[in-house]
Structures are given as structure tokens and as C-alpha cells.
Design a protein around this ligand. Sequence first.
Ligand code: HAM
Length: 425
Amino acid sequence: MANYQKIKGTQDFIGVDAMKIRKFESIASLVAKSYGIKEIITPIIEDSNVFVKNVGEDSDIVKKEMYTFLDKGERSITLRPEGTAAIARCFIENKMYANPGVTKLFYYGPMFRYERPQTGRYRQFNQFGVEYYGTQAPLMDVEIISSAFAIFKKLGINDIKIKINSIGDSESRKNFSNALKEYFRPYINDFCEDCKRRIDINPLRILDCKVDNNKDDTKEIIKNAPTINNYLTKDSLDYFEYVLKGLDNLNIPYVVDYNLVRGLDYYTDTVFEFVYYNDQGQESLALGGGGRYANLIKDMCGVDVNGMGYAFGVERLINLMDNLGLNDDCIDYCDAVIIGLDYESKLEAFKLAKNFREEGIITEMEYASFSLKSQFKLADRVNARFIIIIGEEERINNVYTVKDKKLNTQENVNKNDILKYIQNK
Ligand code: HAM
């Protein structure tokens, strides 16, 4: 017999685990809506160029991690590795840039990256993301970041830190790139093959190199590299200061991290990541990240619209919530099990179950057995609060026996009052 197994790096979410995902999704969506952000649902598959051209041909995502295939019409299709470029495609295709004011969108769904699977790193994972399209205004950065904090707060996660940096405008990055080229050139033979190539194409990427088998001192070399803050133009510096002031104004805690460059090519100016520090002060994997992209829409369609957004890694957040006991309310439970002790009683029980379910009362029944013991076992298994017993005597007297497992009581309840009785409790 074949041994079927899920694809490496993917996960099954069963029962309570699925509940946690839905809980996250519903809290995050509610908060997003309170900011006037509208939901958007786009396809999981896109023309590969949407990502190749816009996430960056030299980024890890495009170079190594995309699930790309030719469909039967010989078109190159990619399972989306991230949301921003796909949502930008939709924004442009639907001419949303013609809408007045700022367009605010949120999305939720699976993303695919061929990464080395490990805790918190999967090949299929879920993102909850937000994208704003409009003007370049520091207060837009502040609102976007504050919406992410509002989501953390509603989830019950309080000690989140945001690492923030500015990678500046094009001129800032050009100056910085030149400085990095000069700095890294003497050491470049100690770095991985990718970095040897990157030094001429995109030296900023070297700062983000995650390869472990570089020579030992490369981490130190990266640590001592020039930092972007010394190369920002006055406009970019002023902009960043306004953003930080706006965060101070809302009491949003941040750490400026000059080494944060992010791994996607479309960013300009503000970039950030959310991390959590445990009791030992260890930093978590990034729970989410984002930034501004002043040129993405212009590069894609010629219309000059600024964008900014972020995305959370849902599995990482749920894992943190598990560790903090914030998912303890996600439990398998059932409101009522209705027991029928003979064939006629089972039919009556089925009718009652239908009425209960129409009222949203979670109700379970045993289909085959008339035995009290096995039906009690079902009630235990599904964690039922009420057990309603219907036998011949109950049918004749129109009175059901009701056990309340929470209050540890047993009462006889008139058949006509049973729905109200359960609802009131
Ligand atoms: P990203 O930093 O590549 O940014 O991903 C955002 C978040 O997705 C990460 O911080 C992490 O929590 C989660 N994530 C990424 N890869 C994996 C993985 N293999 N397994 C589990 N979780 C993962 C973006 O995707 C940008 N599109 C964010 C953005 C939106 N920037 C502007 N707007």
C-alpha cells in the first residue's frame, strides 16, 4: 500500500489547531476593519513575472524559493511566495489608483516558499497582510505600524518590539551601496558564492546573508560594516525622524536597528520587523515585517503611487500565543449530547437535535447504539456540557432528564421548555 504523507514543510491543522487559525484571522480582520482597511482576496497563482520582476531577481525568494511551473498552456505560473507584489498587480489591474485618497487593503492566506523546513519556517505558511496605497506621508507609516500593534494588543500579546530602520531613497541607497562595495571588497572571498555576485549587483543583500558556512569572521565583518544612517539624504533623514516622532506620540516602543535591510527589493525608506523577546532575552524569529515601497507601482505600471504595508507570519504568531497561554480558550467542546434509549426515542432525539442546531446549540448524537454507557462515553469524548436522556418513560411523560456536567446537577425538564432551559443556562 502506498504510504501517503504530507509534503515536507506543510502542515495539517486539525480541530483545535484550525480553531486557532480562525481565531487569529477573525481578530486581525476586525482590527483592520476598524482602521477602514478593506479585505481583498486574490488568486494563489500568479504570472511568475509578478514576483520575478518586483520582489527582485536577486532576492532569495526569487532565486531559490519559488514554486514555479509551466501550466498546460506553457505559461510560467508561480504559487505566490508573498502578498505585496500580487496585491499590487490587482491594485493596478483594477485601476484602484483612480480612487481618491488612500486605498487600504488587507489579505489573509497561504504563501509558498521552498525554504529549509524547521520550527517556524514552512514551505506553505499563512500571512495576514496590510497594504496602503497613497501619498508619501510619515503619518501613513505611523498608522500602518500602529494597526499592527493594535492587532498584537487585541491578541493579548503585549511585549512586542518593533525593529525599525530607514534604507532611504534611491540616492541614499546609491551612496550606501558604493560604501558597502568598497568595504566588503577586501573580504569578499570569505563569503558565500551568492555574496560574491551580490557585491556588484546589490551589496545591501550581503548584510542579510544567512549562510552558516562562511568563514567564521564574516559575521564580525558584517557587524562592522558601514550603516545606512550615515548615508541618508536630508529628506530621508527628516522623513525617518517624523516617523519615529509619530511612534513616540502613540507610545509605540521601537528599537532603531541600522542593520535591518529586509530581503525584498521593493523597499524604500522605512522598513521594520516585529520580534518578541522571551524571559531569557532571546529574540524570536520575525513575527512579521514590512516597509514602504515608493517605486513599486510606478515600476509596474508607470503610475506614481506610494505604497506601504506589512505581513504577519500566522503560524509563528499562533505558536507564540500557545506559549503565552493565549489560546487556552480554543478547546473542543459541545453544548449538548442527546441520548435515545430505544428506536422511537432516538427519532425524537434527532428531532430535538435539529431544533437545537437551528438555534446554534452545538449538539451531538450517537447513531447506532441504544446503550446508556456508550452514549455517556460519547458525551465525555466530545466534552459535552449537557446530557439529555430520552427513553420510553420520558416520552410518555413529556419530561426529559437533563444532566449539567458543569454544575453537576440533574433535573427533569418539560419537553416544551427544553430549548429555553438550555439557552438560559
Ligand atoms: P517577509 O518578511 O518575507 O515579508 O514575510 C513576512 C512574515 O511572514 C515574516 O516576518 C514571517 O513571520 C512570515 N514568514 C516568512 N517566511 C516564512 C516561512 N517560510 N514560514 C513561516 N513564516 C514565514 C513579506 O512577505 C512582505 N510581503 C511583507 C510586506 C507587506 N511588506 C510590505 N507589505
